[in-house]
Write a protein that binds this ligand. Structure first.
Ligand code: DGL
Length: 265
């Protein structure tokens, strides 16, 4: 069981911001990364579409005999996790649910959340955080353009920087103590974000999630004890674009194309 791979998925390169934290803490694990580039952006999909897509990905991971699946993607954690959590016999780590306790316990009074439309409309971070501490104010702002800015490698274009500044200005009106980057793609923008707000104002949930997974696998006696870690990368379209956009977080040299999910809409 212990040397079975860990599956991790996202709509595209975003999940690599989680993958890189995971491999820092757990370098000896085997991983299968799936970037669903054919279906991005997830943030504008309906619940039914996201369930359909996620089921196909979970089935793929089941077929690959994983010991755990990391729902790196905030959007599917927020919208789909509750629907699928009892249907599989591997461990499932949904980012929003697994990091909120720690964020709520860090002593902040006003927390901002930047995320996709679907995540913001679900109020998943607000609900989870206030579940642990009702006194915390949570300000949620959707930044739907940021995913394509990252996927299309347009981070340093003037129009992207202007767009990022607009959302920062809107968020700062709430005087947040910290701002959660509630979409895996957003840490790719930290270089630009930190031109307007100090870097340490941002919470990258990936850091908390990796720690959570490390502790949970250790506690469950599921850490890989063998030392031949390997990672296989799959995308559902555009492998070259994926490789290019990925570079900020990870140098992917080999990626296989695999189409899993045809939306029936
Ligand atoms: N990166 C994903 C997230 O964390 C989804 C982004 C998208 O495809 O809209 O929410």
């Amino acid at each position: 069981m212990n040397n079975k791979p860990i599956g991790i998925f996202d709509s595209g390169v975003g999940g690599l911001s989680v993958f890189s934290e995971l491999t820092n803490l757990l370098p000896d694990e085997n991983y299968i990364y799936f970037g669903d580039t054919a279906n991005l952006p997830y943030g504008s999909k309906t619940k039914e579409e996201l369930i359909h897509i996620s089921k196909n990905i979970f089935d793929f991971f089941q077929h690959k005999s994983v010991k755990a699946v990391v729902m790196a993607c905030n959007t599917t954690s927020a919208i789909v996790y509750d629907e699928l959590k009892n249907d599989y016999d591997f461990k499932i780590y949904p980012v929003v649910q697994n990091v909120s306790a720690q964020i709520a316990n860090d002593g902040y009074k006003n927390i901002g959340v930047f995320a996709t439309n679907a995540t913001i409309n679900s109020h998943a971070y607000k609900k989870e955080i206030q579940n642990y501490n009702k006194e915390i104010n949570v300000y949620e702002i959707a930044c739907p353009e940021w995913v394509s800015i990252v996927e299309n490698s347009q981070i340093y274009e003037l129009s992207s920087i202007g767009n990022i500044k607009l959302y920062i200005d809107k968020m700062l009106k709430n005087n947040p103590d910290k701002i959660i980057l509630g979409c895996t793609h957003y840490p790719y923008l930290l270089d630009i974000l930190s031109k307007f707000v100090p870097k340490n104002m941002f919470i990258n949930p990936a850091i908390y999630l990796a720690q959570y997974i490390y502790e949970d696998l250790a506690y469950s006696n599921l850490l890989n004890t063998q030392k031949h870690a390997e990672t296989k990368f799959y995308v559902s379209s555009n492998p070259e674009q994926f490789k290019k956009a990925a570079q900020i977080f990870y140098n992917v040299d080999k990626v296989e194309e695999m189409f899993l999910s045809k939306l029936c809409v």
